[in-house]
Design a protein around this ligand. Structure first.
Ligand SMILES: *[C@@H]1O[C@H](CO)[C@@H](O)[C@H](O)[C@H]1NC(C)=O
Ligand SMILES: *[C@@H]1O[C@H](CO)[C@@H](O)[C@H](O)[C@H]1NC(C)=O
Ligand SMILES: *[C@@H]1O[C@H](CO)[C@@H](O)[C@H](O)[C@H]1NC(C)=O
Length: 288
């Protein structure tokens, strides 16, 4: 009996803290079982780099649609520039919620469901928003911002940065690939994920001409009929010696629309590789 109770407690505990020790130097936590599990939501310990942007000190005040950001180190995140700057306005945002899982839960309250508790999101104020110097608010080209936190994120099983793309993928095409998208669905409460199948830009422009595209974006079809907030990251698996090692960041969702007469969505994603120099110059990488 004691053993059973102990086991249940352990499982409950795993739910909160997880087996993962989020040490410095780790990024892109990958679990093959989690990756292939298609539940009604993503568990808190997957895609832990997902963050939500808050535009005022009121937890629930996000602009229409809202925006996500992706944690790339303890201090820095990436997000679409058009989440902050439209036309002539100045960049504005208040904080980010790291490790967000239930978007309606308060940041300082753990979410408990059937005895399974999840750490609350960490709210950290922003110190700086750096907008890419070639961002064009009319065409949304180069729509990338580096966000700097006022203090380090506390790395937990629910909060961990994603890896940046390894040099070995520098010239790989993003077309005709399957990537994994994680985000908070616009019309749902819990973090979720979907596979994305990418297509060529000419295909995208001819079939979906109102979708934003550019030479540094790729478009793709979401496998699930779920609409995700802008900024949702797509990731790929870094493999070494035929073994998956970690997830690395491929892109950020820039735009999305429903495919006419279907329940499906097509989205465009900014490829982060052309921006690595800008990111390195503006982000704080504390990780090895
Ligand atoms: C979450 O995603 C899965 C698979 O990607 C999908 O089957 C499910 O319907 C989604 N959950 C919700 C609440 O829509
Ligand atoms: C999400 O949080 C809200 C507010 O705390 C709560 O009412 C709801 O039950 C939670 N949903 C889930 C699935 O945990
Ligand atoms: C990618 O292309 C550049 C320019 O052609 C080349 O210098 C570099 O070695 C290539 N990198 C890889 C990993 O293939």
């Amino acid at each position: 009996m004691q053993a059973v109770i102990f086991l249940l407690c352990t499982i409950g505990f795993v739910g909160i803290v997880g087996q993962l020790r989020a040490d410095d130097g780790k990024c892109g936590y990958f679990d093959e079982v989690q990756m292939h599990k298609q539940d009604s939501f993503a568990v808190p310990t997957e895609h832990q780099w997902l963050a939500r942007i808050a535009y005022s000190d009121n937890n629930h005040q996000v602009p229409t649609g809202g925006c996500m950001a992706v944690l790339i180190s303890k201090r820095s995140l990436l997000a679409p520039a058009h989440c902050f700057v439209r036309f002539e306005s100045k960049p504005e945002a208040f904080s980010v919620h790291l490790g967000v899982w239930n978007k309606t839960a308060d940041v300082n309250q753990p979410t408990c469901l059937n005895g399974y508790c999840v750490l609350p999101a960490q709210e950290i104020k922003l110190a700086e928003i750096s907008i890419h110097p070639e961002y064009d608010p009319l065409t949304f080209k180069n729509s990338l911002a580096v966000l700097t936190l006022q203090k380090d994120a506390k790395l937990t099983a629910n909060v961990q940065p994603v890896c940046m793309p390894p040099p070995s993928v520098a010239n790989d095409t993003l077309v005709g690939q399957m990537f994994m998208l994680a985000g908070i669905p616009v019309n749902k409460v819990l973090k979720n994920k979907s596979w994305v199948k990418t297509v060529s830009t000419p295909w995208c422009q001819s079939k979906h001409n109102s979708l934003l595209t550019s030479s540094t974006m790729v478009c793709g079809y979401l496998q699930q009929s779920e609409l995700y907030h802008l900024g949702a990251p797509i990731v790929a698996v870094q493999v070494e010696g035929d073994l998956p090692k970690n997830f690395y960041l491929v892109g950020l969702q820039m735009d999305v629309l429903r495919v006419p007469n279907t329940q499906r969505y097509v989205a465009s994603f900014l490829d982060v590789r052309p921006y690595l120099e800008y990111i390195n110059n503006n982000a704080i990488f504390d990780l090895k």
